[in-house]
Every structure is written in C-alpha cells, then in structure tokens.
Design a protein around this ligand. Structure first.
Ligand code: GLC
Length: 520
C-alpha cells in the first residue's frame, strides 16, 4: 500500500545502468511539438497502411519472464497476431533483472529519456528485441526492476505507475503511436488511464484506442487515496475515474477509461457481473457491460506438443499412445512412486492459493488416497498449503508426491506422464493447464467455471462438476478413475482430448475483429 520516495542514489545508479551514452531529451518537456500536417501524415500512414499497429502493455511475457498464465498469453497471442500479416504487433514489458542473460545479451539498447511522474523525474532506458515477428521493448530502471521476481514489493504501485507512464513517453522516441494500445491487468491499467487523462489531448496520441484485458479480477491494484496526487499524478477532476469504495482502484480506472475491455473467456465475462466472482467490481463491470467481451485464450500448440516437446521422456503421436506409458514410468521413477502402469496418476500443477480449489482437495485427499491412485502436486504459493502437502507426502510416500517448485521442465514431464489432471478452481478466468494437459492426452477433471467451462466438455475431452463441493469433485474424480480401467474407451477419450484445437487460430481472429471494430 505504501510507497517510498525515490532516493538520489537510486537515480544515480539508474544513470549508470545505461550501456550506451546516448541521451534523449524528454518528450514532455523539450520535444518539438509536431505540426498539424505532420500529425495528419502520421495518421494517414496508419489509416492507409495495411498493417494496424497494436501495442501490448503487460508486466510479463514469455519467453523472457513468466510467473504465470499472463506471460504465456502475451507471448503466444502477440506471435499469433503478428503471423497474420495484418498487424504490426509490439510488446512493452519492464526489464527485470530476472530476465535470462541469454536473452538480455541479445537486446539492443535504443537510448534513454526521463519520465515525469508527480515530483519524480526518473531514468527510463529502452531496449528492444524482435522475436517471431513481434518487436519487444524493455523499460529499464534499476531502482524499480533490479530486484528478484516481478511483484510483491511495498512500492509495486510506484513501480508500475512508472512503467505505465513510460509506455506513453517512449512513443515519440520509438516513433510508434499504436492504433490500439492493449493493456493487460492492473499493472498496465495506468497506461489506459494516463492516455485519457493526459495524453489524448496531444495530437499524436488522440487516435489511440485503449483495450483493457482482465486476466484475473482478484488483483485490482488498490491503494490509499492519499497517494493519488503524490504518487499516481492524478488530480482533482480525474479523481472520480480511479476512486472506488474509499480507495484508488486502478482496474476500475482502466475499465472506465478504455474504449473496450475484455476478459479471457466468455463465461468469465458473464461471471464477473456477479459479486461472487467480481471481488467488489461487479457494479463497475455491469455499468460498462456494453463494452465488455470475453475471448477464450489459446495456447502455443507448437510448444505444447506431444510429438515435438523435447522435455518429455519420450514423444508420442495422438493416434499412438504407447510412448505415453514410457513417460508415466519414468515420471514415477523420478518421483519415487511405484512404477505401476495400472494405477492412474492424478496430477495438479497450480499456484497453491485458495481460488484454485485447494480447500476441496485438502478436504478429501486422504479419503481419495485410500483408493488405487497416485497423486502428484507441483507448485508454490501459500505457506499453509505448501506445508500441508509436504507433510502429506511424508505420510504417503508411495502414493503422493509434493513438488514445491515452479519448474517448466518438470511440469511438462508431469503433464505427459499423468492420466488425469485435476483443476477444481473456485474461479478461473481462463486457465491454460487444462488445455495443456489435453495436448498430452491427460484427461482434465475441472469445475465448471470461467475458461474451464468454456474449454472442457464432459464426455468429449474431460470431466466436469458444477458445485464448489469437495464430494461432488470426488464423485467425478472416482468416475474418471473407474473409466480409466476401460482401456478402449479411455484411448478414445485421450484422442479427443489431444486433438481438441486449443491453438490461437480461432481466438486470434476474435481479437482481430475486436481491434478492427474499435478502429471503425
Ligand atoms: C490469469 C488467470 C488464468 C488465465 C491467465 C491468462 O493467470 O488466473 O485463469 O488463464 O491469467 O489469461
């Protein structure tokens, strides 16, 4: 909630972080204002150019930095859109120190400028890198981003306010004024807000449309109202945009300011109109419902591919699962579970937080462990869940494996080596894991909510249950475990799961239509 004032030493440090000496003056204070005819020229280029300009603003993106599904969507959707040749797609994210060196070494330094935010005047370095047809920009400021991880700091509000402001400030420098600025989650909300409160009055920015996508409405960016002017640089007449229930609410502000907002599945777009799912924002969602849409996420089907994935113990084809048995055996070996092919493996790969439905799991897991099953969990999160599962693994060493880690390689080995994938979320904006599991012929058992409801259809590619109830979940799980014994039917189910189209083919077109609609 609180914020710290930037120290002088930090600014000095930031200056030192630039690898080249080129310094550009800030756009706000010293850049010459373009003439009206120059602006017309810029706009004409946009209107007549074949490619529409899309700028993603997000706090993470694969392959550079990822803490969850958001990064996967930014990386894979931008790539899918760029491949259509209709869009010039660019992405801006912070230059975290955790971005792997193998990538950092390839980035090109473009220059730097200084970004004003209330009384602050902060160094902003710009690096770039082109991957799969998408131009990425990285905002460098060591005071804000030279720390382990991406989030969870006392001054996250200040860090992402700086980031969001920088996105607008670098536009003249990179000479890219997007047709659609597509902001993702609360960390990028201020880009949409600043566009409407400060920048759209400048000719170059006046035609930029903002789309705000909610990946999870639970995290809204809420701060004390005291910080409005001093930190977020938002004054009197605009206060109403971000003020909500006696605090600053950045997600609310972005919903109010953007031309359109969306969420990551059609079902979740309906759900967030209700208090049960909206974490207090239901009134705002309903008020702005006319500009809301829900587009189901896709996944990168080349990356998650049982035939090609080099992380697997063995590759297999959708019409021949014999090597999946090798994946299962090696996984059991690796996790010290008995190597029994007839015992179904139920797995969960998840953040260990309550809305993932872990209270349902902890309620019945010991009962379930009496059956002939093996259960594997991979993930990190709340200490109480981590402790619970580690203790359980000690008590059931032959049946339960707890892996308290965030490990991409192991996750793919678990997806491919398991039989059943459990995802009993209380709420799930989209969820990617159920789709990834399908790609490896592992059958999802999910609760009917959000994107789980939209992607998993009972009898077709998985099992579902409706009520948030531990025994409803266990009943359906036991049904799946019993069906697993029927090899012929189970193989057909695996085939339908592995061949379900979860690529971006469909949803990238929905984004395309949404962008074009916004530009009418
Ligand atoms: C968030 C949501 C998840 C969604 C992902 C990508 O992590 O919790 O359901 O799949 O964003 O949109």
């Amino acid at each position: 909630m609180a914020t710290a004032k930037t120290t002088k030493s930090a600014t000095t440090k930031n200056k030192a972080s630039a690898t080249a000496k080129k310094t550009v003056k800030t756009a706000t204070t010293t850049e010459k204002k373009p003439t009206a005819s120059a602006v017309k020229k810029i706009r004409n280029t946009t209107v007549t150019a074949e490619k529409k300009k899309i700028l993603f603003v997000a706090s993470e993106s694969t392959p550079f930095i990822a803490t969850g599904g958001l990064a996967e969507v930014i990386g894979s959707l931008s790539k899918a859109l760029a491949s259509s040749d209709k869009f010039d797609v660019r992405v801006v994210i912070p230059l975290y120190s955790d971005i792997k060196k193998e990538y950092r070494d390839k980035f090109t330094y473009l220059g730097n400028l200084y970004v004003h935010l209330a009384w602050r005047n902060q160094y902003c370095g710009i690096f770039t890198y082109v991957k799969d047809g998408v131009t990425f920009y990285f905002i460098d400021n060591e005071f804000y981003f030279k720390r382990p991880g991406c989030y969870g700091y006392y001054d996250d509000g200040e860090r992402f306010a700086f980031f969001s402001r920088s996105v607008l400030e670098i536009m003249p420098f990179i000479n890219f004024y997007p047709d659609v600025m597509h902001c993702h989650d609360w960390q990028a909300a201020l880009s949409a807000i600043y566009l409407k409160t400060n920048y759209c009055f400048r000719e170059e920015y006046q035609f930029i449309r903002a789309l705000f996508t909610i990946h999870n409405i639970e995290y809204q960016g809420q701060y004390s109202l005291d910080l409005l002017c001093d930190l977020f640089d938002i004054f009197g007449e605009y206060r109403y945009l971000v003020e909500y229930r006696n605090s600053i609410n950045l997600m609310k502000g972005a919903i109010e300011c953007c031309e359109r907002f969306s969420t990551v599945s059609p079902r979740y777009a309906e759900e967030i109109k209700n208090a049960y799912y909206a974490h207090g924002l239901e009134d705002i969602v309903r008020k702005n419902e006319f500009k809301l849409s829900g587009i189901l996420n896709g996944i990168d089907d080349l990356s998650y591919n049982c035939e090609l994935d080099s992380h697997l113990f063995a590759n297999f084809k959708p019409d021949d699962f014999s090597n999946k048995a090798v994946c299962k055996k090696e996984l059991q070996n690796m996790l010290n579970l008995p190597q029994d092919s007839e015992t179904p493996i139920i797995s969960m790969i998840t953040r260990l937080v309550p809305h993932k439905g872990l209270d349902l799991v902890t309620n019945v897991i010991e009962e379930l462990l009496q059956d002939d099953v093996q259960i594997i969990i991979l993930g990190t999160g709340d200490a109480s869940f981590e402790g619970y599962f580690m203790d359980l693994a000690k008590r059931y060493p032959d049946k339960f494996s707890a892996n308290i880690a965030f490990n991409g390689d192991l996750s793919r080995k678990i997806y491919s080596g398991s039989d059943i994938f459990l995802m009993p979320s209380k709420s799930e904006p989209c969820g990617l894991s159920q789709m990834i599991a399908c790609r490896y012929g592992t059958i999802p058992v999910v609760r009917e909510t959000g994107g789980l409801y939209d992607s998993i259809k009972p009898l077709n590619n998985g099992y579902t249950f409706a009520n948030y109830n531990a025994h409803d979940m266990m009943y359906v799980l036991r049904q799946a475990v019993s069906d697993f014994k029927n090899k012929e039917e189970w193989s057909k189910l695996m085939f339908r799961a592995v061949t379900t189209d979860f690529s971006w083919n469909h949803s990238a077109k929905d984004y395309e239509s949404l962008y074009l609609d916004m530009l009418k």
